[in-house]
Write a new protein. Sequence first.
Length: 174
Amino acid sequence: MSGKQGGLGRLFDIAVSHAPVDLSAAAVTGKRVHLKNYVAASYVLFKGAGTAGDDPTFTVKQHTANTGGTSANLAAITRYYLKDAVALAGTEQWSKVTQSAGAAVADPGGAGTSAEHQQVVVIEVNADQLDDGYEWVSVDVADVGTNAQLGAGLWILHGLQVQRAPELLAQPNA
């Protein structure tokens, strides 16, 4: 970079929602991220193939505190983006999927085939979508069923209000 700042800390920050886990072991409660210093956040799930009928469901939530506080479903999700294939090869294009406003995204590949495919799912949340008094967001993943299906979730926080060197970024859940 020769002294120039890259994208991390200037254009975006990254935070964990949940580490790689077997989505069939139990429901996954996502970590909360604070949108106070960001215009928006994109939840990214990367998941492996599973078994027919074990399709994932994601629920976007808003919170008044980083722990405890008041939590509510964020019924503002009208679209998400998807890369979907039996085996992702890096050549897939994004598909835009629209839905009626709601907090949940169910069976993101559609037609009950989500479980059998590898997927990258992106759900975008703008800070101005949160209700008054709510500043944190999270995404929970329901238990997909009885058969193993690995998945990991990250938050990409963008529209930084204050740009900093990566080592000086504020904790995203503080």
